[in-house]
Design a protein around this ligand. Sequence first.
Ligand code: AMP
Length: 223
Amino acid sequence: MMNATANNQSQQLILALSKGRIFEETQPLLEAAGITVTEDPETSRKLILPTNHDNIKVIIVRATDVPTYVQYGAADFGVAGKDVLQEHGGAGLYQPVDLHIAKCHLSVAAPKGFDYANAVRKGARLRVATKYAQAAREHFAAKGVHVDIIKLYGSIELAPLVGLSEAIVDLVSTGNTLRANDLVEVEHIADISSRLVVNQAALKLKRDILQPILDAFGRASVE
Ligand code: AMP
């Protein structure tokens, strides 16, 4: 539980979250720390949301921007996917804690009729479309497979359907998006979940108020 003393009331805390799954799955952890976000980001147009604590606010940013806000101290802490942190590099962030939320995996997928294994065996140079260029490059380099990475920012599953690429690297949760587009997973790259990231300076300067929240998150985020 939070220890809202007169002293730590004067310190402002900002938590960076993205809308959707991360916001929703972070709510039980916030509740465990005695924090309730009092406006719904799906209906509110506000980008700074109030909570039941005057000194704690939640900012709503794009998932890929969470580490940047925390790195520069514009937010004291945030929740970001392991995929996003890997692309960001993690500079200026305190060792992330696995919250075991927003679980999914990063995979290589290809059209149903495409013999991916055979193409790889023959050493064909594959075009791979992805948002996760860094993770994809590392994966194929480790396997010694030659690929041209085509960086996209959305609708990755479309790329092989219109001949932009032979395969994709993307996040898979239920598998519904792949199935709906006649794509199949051909390689599992990594399990992904969301992490709590904390600004290093904030952890030192605001430890009194921040540490109890981090502890509550840690206790509530059992695997
Ligand atoms: P699904 O159809 O449930 O397998 O979800 C796949 C789609 O949702 C893909 O377009 C993914 O990029 C996206 N997706 C799945 N899980 C996540 C996640 N944890 N974070 C961001 N995007 C995700």
